[in-house]
Design a protein around this ligand. Structure first.
Ligand code: G4P
Length: 285
């Protein structure tokens, strides 16, 4: 994934999402449960106007359980219907069509009042890259959707996927861009895989992560790297982890590139346990 969000791309993505809005009744907004604010699109409210919305904290399996709960409460207080989902394993999937139907109840009632038979509710998944849109669509469709490659001269038409009797899902999700005008947001997006690290410095990303974990999840660090104490200075912490793990260059100095990579791999591979990089109750760094 090499996404560079140039203004032209942003305008196009926004236009495409707005086009799709005409077809749908309910928006399913997907965010990464580990970074629900950083993984939100800055203009989603403008794009979706006043469409009813279901907000999904996806990858909930990778995030801190207690913090997931805090985020649910945070977004519920704003009037959203919020679900925690693990699209990879399929946890929480069943609740989605119920939630979508609930959000469309006004539309359904209106049709009934007019004496019409309510049609299936039409929904669209919206979210930034890598947040799990395709995985979720496949789960909802209950099968692997064959990807139609680009064929010259053939226009790809919009396809609807039936999810039970009462919901239809547009088969192509709306891809939106994350905002990373703030360094911390950029690091969170890079760490969770939403944007390529090569836009960001590997070592800086690892330093950001260590700084955060040592404050919020110090025991995790102690356990994973068998540390007695957590050094106040992140550079010392880096040295200790590098030495423990044998990430050294000749002369016995710590190899910062390898140590950074090791820390990032451990985080991404879930070796550091379930971690949330953002919390609604406190702001760190
Ligand atoms: P996108 O369409 O929004 O770009 O995201 P996509 O579904 O391609 O998912 C991006 C990555 O996130 C995939 O991993 C996918 O398996 C993983 N993922 C999606 N939802 C969840 C979830 O709820 N929990 C966890 N743990 N992972 C999730 P990948 O490594 O890029 O691909 P793969 O190894 O799964 O093939």
């Amino acid at each position: 994934m090499s996404i560079q969000w140039f203004p032209g791309h942003m305008a196009k993505a926004k236009r495409e999402a707005q086009e799709k809005m005409k077809l749908i009744d309910v928006v399913i907004e997907l965010v990464d449960a580990r970074i629900p604010l950083s993984s939100r699109n800055p203009v989603i409210d403008e794009i979706t106007k006043n469409k009813p919305r279901v907000m999904i904290l996806n990858k909930a399996d990778l995030a801190d359980r207690n913090v997931n709960q805090l985020w649910r409460e945070f977004f519920e207080a704003k009037g959203y219907l919020v679900l925690e989902v693990d699209s990879q394993k399929g946890k929480g999937i069943k609740d989605i069509s119920l939630a979508v139907k609930k959000q469309a109840s006004a539309m359904i009632e209106k049709m009934k009042r007019k004496g019409m038979n309510p049609r299936a509710v039409r929904a669209l998944i919206l979210g930034i890259p890598n947040v799990g849109k395709s995985t979720l669509i496949n789960r909802l469709a209950n099968k692997k959707i064959a990807k139609i490659g680009d064929r010259p001269g053939v226009t790809k038409s919009q396809q609807w996927i039936k999810v039970g009797k009462e919901m239809e899902l547009l088969d192509t999700p709306g891809i939106l861009w994350p905002k990373f005008d703030d360094d911390a947001v950029g690091f969170r997006l890079a760490l969770t895989g939403a944007i390529k690290e090569d836009i960001f410095d590997f070592q800086e990303s690892a330093v950001f992560l260590l700084n955060y974990i040592k404050e919020v999840y110090p025991d995790t660090l102690k356990q994973r790297y068998q540390l007695q104490e957590i050094s106040e200075e992140v550079s010392e912490l880096f040295d200790e982890i590098g030495k423990k793990r044998g990430c050294l260059v000749s002369g016995g100095m710590v190899d910062y590139d390898r140590t950074s990579e090791l820390i990032l791999r451990d985080f991404r591979g879930g070796k550091l346990g379930r971690l949330s990089l953002e919390r609604p109750d406190k702001s760190f760094i």
